[in-house]
Design a binder for this molecule. Structure first.
Ligand SMILES: [Zn+2]
Length: 409
């Protein structure tokens, strides 16, 4: 065998198979572990470079695929084969290409390297990420032309660059590219590092790359309300301490009650097969409930820390709390004396339930699942205008607290 026999066409066939099987199955098939350092970057997607080379060898006439122990993956071997064939290698890996849940996404936000200004971290990257998350929420395409990206970001940086950021979208896009959260396509040659000034401007003007969040990050933000809320929360916590993030969130379209909703029918949800046992589902649901409650509480703290007067008007927190209560309800009215909810479902396939603040927010109620309850429209009507509403409210207050405690234990 000789690595140098490998052709561009064989590599492309391996890439095609990788696309067809998906990463996990491809690596399993060829017995490779996930790449740690070097990824082949093709059309904005990243591939484990060594596994691709091993598989490509099997697409040569009369040859078989190579096992991981038969060759080295580093700069002088697999990587060299690919670069010699004109492919682009990126390193460090866009491990963000494989992120699969909210926690992992949050770790990326915590690790992000940013420059500092007087008063705190620079907002270039956070603003860029929030803009992209707004696009994901609205189900807009992941990739945008450089013209569209730079126009949108320059406007946001000018208005919301609260630490004196310049309207320079090229800085954050390159920084995010190099930390694996952003992809760029349609350019030739290597992507420059995120410093310099005229040189960067020139590169973007000349290359006009199309770009956007890496696919896995975008899909998570597009489909999972919980991931979206966690992502926004992590960015706000880390970068906007002492600042008011609400005007920015509003402008990018994230300060919305829909922010915690899953996209219809496509939410990744808990990592599970379709036939997971009911017990398993319960455990996953409890874990999700707990996480949503944590997000609600963090949001409460962040707002309290800033002494907001709009305490009750945080659609992100409300939507998150609402989602947690729906999850806790398991699709049934939580009033123990319920005479039966409608069996029909909404167009989205959700049960017909309304999430109610047991004690109204305006009367010191807390926007928190422990003080909220899912009710069918009948019970909701009784609680609002029935003659027994006062006793019912007292009961439901206890029920909500109990159910919250049970769900958390
Ligand atoms: Zn009911």
């Amino acid at each position: 065998m000789a690595l140098t026999d490998i052709t561009r066409q064989a590599v492309l066939r391996a890439v095609g198979e990788y696309d067809e099987l998906g990463r996990e199955a491809f690596l399993r098939q060829y017995h490779f572990g996930p790449a740690q350092s070097y990824f082949l970057d093709l059309n904005g997607k990243r591939y484990d470079s060594k596994a691709i080379v091993g598989a490509a060898h099997g697409f040569l006439p009369g040859q078989r695929a190579l096992a991981p122990a038969e060759f080295s993956g580093g700069r002088t071997h697999a990587v060299k084969v690919l670069t010699d064939l004109g492919f682009q290698i990126v390193s460090p890996p866009a491990a963000a290409e494989t992120v699969s849940d909210a926690d992992e996404l949050v770790r990326y936000i915590r690790k992000l390297k940013v420059a500092h200004a007087e008063g705190g971290p620079r907002l270039y990257q956070p603003i860029t990420l929030l803009w992209a998350a707004g696009r994901a929420l609205r189900q807009e395409p992941r990739m945008a032309t450089w013209q569209e990206t730079s126009h949108a970001l320059a406007g946001l940086l000018e208005l919301h660059g609260l630490r004196g950021e310049r309207p320079r979208p090229d800085f954050p896009v390159l920084a995010l590219f190099h930390s694996g959260l952003w992809t760029l396509q349609g350019h030739t040659g290597a992507v420059p590092p995120a410093h310099g000034d005229a040189r960067l401007r020139h590169w973007f003007a000349e290359q006009q790359p199309v770009g956007g969040l890496t696919e896995a990050v975008y899909e998570l933000l597009r489909t999972s309300g919980q991931s979206r809320v966690a992502f926004i929360g992590a960015i706000v916590d880390r970068f906007f301490a002492g600042l008011d993030e609400i005007p920015l969130l509003t402008e990018v379209g994230l300060f919305e009650p829909t922010v915690a909703d899953d996209a219809n029918g496509t939410a990744p949800g808990p990592r599970s097969g379709p036939d997971r046992a009911a017990v398993g589902r319960e455990v996953v649901r409890a874990a999700q409930y707990e996480r949503l409650c944590t997000l609600v509480e963090r949001r409460e703290q962040s707002i309290r820390g800033k002494r907001r007067t709009t305490f009750s008007l945080d659609p992100i927190r409300s939507a998150t709390a609402r989602k947690a209560v729906m999850l806790r309800s398991g699709g049934d009215c939580e009033n123990p004396g319920c005479c039966g909810r409608p069996t029909d479902l909404t167009d989205n396939g959700d049960p017909i339930l309304e999430v109610d603040h047991v004690t109204e927010i305006t009367r010191d109620g807390r926007d928190h699942p422990s003080q909220m309850i899912a009710l069918c429209p009948n019970c909701h009507a009784v609680k609002t205008r029935g003659s027994t509403r006062h006793t019912l409210t007292a009961t439901l207050r206890e029920v909500a607290a109990d159910r919250h405690r049970n769900a958390m234990s």
